[in-house]
Write a protein that binds this ligand. Sequence first.
Ligand code: DLL
Length: 448
Amino acid sequence: MSISRIGVKAMGDFEGRIWDAEHECMPRPQLEALQLQRLQQTVRRVYDNVPCYQNKFKEVGLVPEDIRTLDDVAKLPFTVKEDLRLNYPYGMFAVPMREVVRIHSSSGTTGKPTVVGYSRNDLQIWSELAGRFMTAAGVTADDIVHIAFGYGLFTGAFGLHYGAERIGASVIPISSGNTEKQLMIMQDYRSSALVCTPSYALTLADRMEKLGISSDSLSLRFGLFGGEPWSEEMRREIETRLGIIATDNFGLSEVMGPGVAGECLHRCGMHIFEDHFLPEIIDPETGEVLPRGSVGELVITSLSKEAFPVIRYRTRDITRLHYDTCECGRTIVRMEKTRGRSDDMLIIKGVNVFPTQIEEVLFQVEGCEPHYQLIVDRAGTMDTLEVQVEVNENIFFDEMKKQRAFVDMVEKRLLSTLGVGAKVKLVEPSSMPRHEGKAKRVIDKRKL
Ligand code: DLL
């Protein structure tokens, strides 16, 4: 989408700002030369310092000298979350603890969390890369950046906090929770850029509606959202209700945190900072590297990290990469909005279903509220999928016949998009849980 078609207040002259043009717009041959040199250094670093990597390399009969071209990355073994768990807490660190100046961990839902560490240099690079994507998303030194991610072991808040400071913006480290106070501060302190999960942006929009706060009473111009998958429909909803331009940004704690990739204002994919991360797309079943343009699992090798380098880390996130140059001038590759994680992908009666596909359908139906939950279960040997969605009062209190027709219509749309049937259950307005951080949308009773 071109920027001129985005209708929001106070656009300013942000178009075209690039934080580090040298690295973000590098000609590909030069970029690849830099990537190879950094890949070789990283491989050497982990081989010399991390027993887990050394053992894995030995198992496949590989030494660092075998990495002579960028394509040789495919010879390297994958790293998976289980490797991190087995080496809990510090076994994957490649520097002594006295060189580690920060520790974070991922929000794992089961078992022990995974622990990651940063050297002083790692933190500097992290701020720099967060500064890059925040600049691409419109943030300047004149902005007041409202950070509503929870501060703590989660990488979200600290990542964008230091990125915003690096740019010279004014940071409000409000953290998560206490939605009404957030709104008061947003109004009084004139926050101009909002940082949180997309689901929390909707929670804020709901509360504004309830309290009669109009988006015109806020100074917000931009929303930088990440940490969970969200659809284009959800973006439109957030943009309209908050009167902002919303961009997506991506990262994972094992690889660094936010700042691995982010959209520019053209919003046609998230630019991956390839001078620091080498992305590949693989077939999640076979592990085979797929040709350019394929949809598959994103695998990332870090190229500059000192304390916690990762070799071919399997993100489980499903996406596609675009190598053509973006209108903004950045030459680095763009990743599509993720379709979800391979481990979130539901297999219903043998059909692969991503929660974001369901979200797209629901957001297009007038009367459905943007709050939903998916209940997966099994009746005998058959999988069942129930989509519980909040609807507005008109529909919820409508006569049975009309409500039945509404349910039929949504079920038909879901069937035609997903290729598998789902039962729709309408729930009362405001009855679903609201989210402060990442939304939990799937309850898979088959796994309970
Ligand atoms: O969520 C890092 C982050 C924080 C990124 C804030 C952006 C903003 P983890 O808690 O380790 O780290 O979770 C990483 O979250 O593998 C994806 O499945 C998902 N994820 C993160 N950003 C996006 C996004 C942070 N923009 C996991 N779109 C990743 C879709 C996302 N999924």
